[in-house]
Design a protein around this ligand. Structure first.
Ligand SMILES: [Zn+2]
Length: 256
């Protein structure tokens, strides 16, 4: 039986570990130390490392883990990933039969140009592209690329679990609430997330259903959001232009 747990790292990163009783793989190990501690404590053998993109807080632990466990490294073929043994891109499949895990790889450029996601029936590892109530910053791509990537992630079934790599809910919800003060699902989520964080519990994974109901970057066609963008940016958005609304929203978020 496959289980997935978050291993906290740095300030607010999560390194996801997918495991059964004996074996495990990790996703985006920015730091080797908490992974090694977890593996030792739970007597697990590390069989692979999966990576979504090349940022330091996602790859910093790879070399130490490879040295210790001699594990293969799966990651984006278009980015510089240390010890990359299995370069991946759109259309590739990653499978670990012993963990009952089989995922499709898609390219989701925007945050970085080579960023990939791993999608399987029931969940997604989406790195720094889709966050709870937010999305990644555009470091290398264009707003068009990021928008398209988010749309592709959002087209998965509603019950898909969103395993993003940061604890950002309480960081993102104040902006989401300004975008959509009348959103009652969002209001409830803010309260629920506060309770979780007070108990020091993660607010992730969320479901795509919740993201579609609360995440302003997946809701750029909502009249209230368009109204707030126009008010705060002092602009008039072209009617029906979702991309223009997304671009303006991402810019506003960067200033917020
Ligand atoms: Zn990143």
């Amino acid at each position: 039986m496959m289980k997935i747990f978050p291993i906290p790292a740095f300030e607010d990163n999560y390194i996801w570990i997918v495991q059964n009783d004996q074996e495990a793989f990790v996703v985006d190990p920015g730091d080797a130390v908490p992974v090694i501690q977890y593996l030792k404590k739970n007597k697990l053998k590390l069989i692979a490392i999966l990576v979504t993109h090349h940022h330091r807080d996602h790859i910093g632990g790879i070399n130490n883990l490879v040295e210790l466990y001699n594990t293969p490294v799966y990651g984006p073929r278009r980015e510089k990933i240390p010890n990359l043994s299995h370069p991946l891109g759109e259309g590739d499949v990653v499978e670990f039969k012993q963990l009952n895990f089989k995922a499709n790889v898609i390219d989701i450029p925007g945050h970085t140009l080579g960023h990939i996601a791993y999608l399987w029936q029931g969940g997604m590892f989406c790195g720094d592209t889709l966050f709870t109530c937010g999305c990644g910053k555009i470091f290398e791509g264009t707003p068009e690329q990021l928008h398209h990537s988010l749309q592709r992630l959002a087209s998965q079934p509603d019950d898909t679990l969103v395993y993003c790599t940061h604890e950002y809910t309480e960081y993102n919800t104040p902006f989401a609430q300004i975008c959509e003060p009348g959103n009652l699902v969002l209001k409830q989520w803010v309260e629920d997330a506060e309770v979780l964080r007070q108990k020091n519990l993660p607010t992730v994974p969320t479901t795509l259903q919740l993201e579609k109901a609360t995440n302003p970057f997946l809701r750029c066609t909502q009249p209230e959001i368009i109204y707030q963008i126009e008010q705060h940016n002092g602009i008039k958005l072209p009617a029906g232009d979702e991309q223009a609304a997304f671009t303006a929203l991402r810019q506003w978020r960067d200033m917020f």
